[in-house]
Design a protein around this ligand. Structure first.
Ligand code: UDP
Length: 256
C-alpha cells in the first residue's frame, strides 16, 4: 500500500490513486492546522475519528439522495471515493453566529441568525481563502450560475438534515463548510458533495451547556480536542471502543 501514488496532500488529508480508474483513496491524517496553517499540531487519533464521522454522515446523506463522492470505507483512516474535479469554492452555511461572521458583522458569538445564511469563500491558501460573491464565481468561471444554484440547494438540504441529526443527539449545528466537485460520466456532468464533513469543518455545541465539540477547541487552545470528537462519535453511536487505533481518552463514556 505504501507504493501508492500520492495525488494530493492537503493540511488534514492525503489523496492516493484508487484501485480503479476514477477512484481515489482519501486518507485522514492526525494533523491539525488553523489560521491558514500558522498554528499546527498533531492530535493522536483525530484522523481515525474524522474518517469515521465523515463516513457516517456521507452514508446518511447518500441515503437521503444527496449525491456524494463517498463509495466505501476501507480501513480506520481511509475511504474510497470517486475522483471529481473540485470546484474551488468553499460553501459555508451558518445557523448561529460564530467565527469570522462575528468579526465581519459585529455579532456576538451565539447569536441565532434570522435564517440560515450561505457564504462563499475562494479556496486559495495563498490568499487566505477570501470571501467572495456569486459574481466572482461566475466572472472568473469557477462555477456556472446553474452549478451555484445546485450547490446552494444541496447545502441547504444538508444543513436541514444535519441540523436534525445533531439536534437528536443533543448537539447544535452552528455552521459548517462543504466542498463540491464535478463528476463527468460520458457527456453528462453532475455535482457531487466531496471532501469531508467532520468536527474539523463544523461548529458543534452541546445543546445544554454550549460546550464546543469541534475544531474551535484547537483554534482557541481549549484542549480536549480528541475527547470532544470522541463525544460527537459516541453520541452518533459510531465509536468503536475496542479498536486499538481509537485511543479512547480518559473521559470516554460507554455507549448505550
Ligand atoms: N471552515 C473550514 N475550513 C476553512 C474555513 C472554515 O472548514 O478553511 C469551517 C469552520 O470550521 C466553520 C465554518 O467553516 O465551521 C465557518 O468558518 P469561519 O468562516 O467562521 O472561519 P474561521 O473563523 O473558523 O476560520
Amino acid at each position: 500500500m505504501s507504493r501508492r501514488r500520492r495525488v494530493y496532500e492537503g493540511k488534514a488529508k492525503i489523496l492516493y490513486e484508487g484501485p480503479e480508474p476514477g477512484t481515489l483513496i482519501q486518507h485522514f491524517k492526525d494533523d491539525a492546522t488553523a489560521f491558514n496553517a500558522q498554528k499546527k499540531d498533531t492530535i493522536d487519533g483525530k484522523g481515525v475519528l474524522n474518517n469515521r464521522i465523515s463516513e457516517y454522515i456521507f452514508t446518511r446523506l447518500n441515503e437521503i439522495g444527496i449525491p456524494t463522492h463517498f463509495i466505501r470505507s476501507l480501513n480506520m483512516r481511509e475511504q474510497l471515493v470517486r475522483e471529481v474535479e473540485i470546484i474551488p469554492v468553499e460553501v459555508v452555511v451558518r445557523n448561529i453566529a460564530a467565527g469570522s461572521i462575528c468579526k465581519r458583522m459585529g455579532l456576538e458569538e451565539g447569536t441565532p441568525l434570522p435564517r440560515s445564511i450561505i457564504e462563499f469563500f475562494y479556496k486559495k491558501d495563498e490568499l487566505n481563502d477570501p470571501m467572495i460573491s456569486e459574481e466572482h464565481i461566475t466572472a472568473f468561471g469557477w462555477a456556472t450560475p446553474q452549478e451555484i444554484d445546485d450547490m446552494m440547494a444541496l447545502t441547504l438540504r444538508i444543513n436541514d438534515y444535519l441540523t436534525g441529526l445533531f439536534y437528536g443527539v443533543g448537539i447544535k449545528l452552528v455552521d459548517f463548510k462543504v466542498e463540491f466537485g464535478r463528476l463527468f460520466e460520458g457527456d453528462q456532468m453532475r455535482i457531487l458533495l466531496a471532501d469531508e464533513i467532520s468536527p474539523d469543518n463544523c461548529r458543534l455545541w452541546d445543546v445544554e451547556t454550549n460546550k464546543k465539540l469541534d475544531k474551535d477547541r484547537f483554534r482557541q487552545d481549549l484542549g480536549g480536542m480528541v475527547d470532544a470528537y470522541q463525544e460527537v462519535a459516541r453520541r452518533l453511536g459510531i465509536l468503536f471502543e475496542n479498536d486499538p487505533d481509537n485511543r479512547p481518552g480518559p473521559t470516554l463514556v460507554k455507549s448505550d
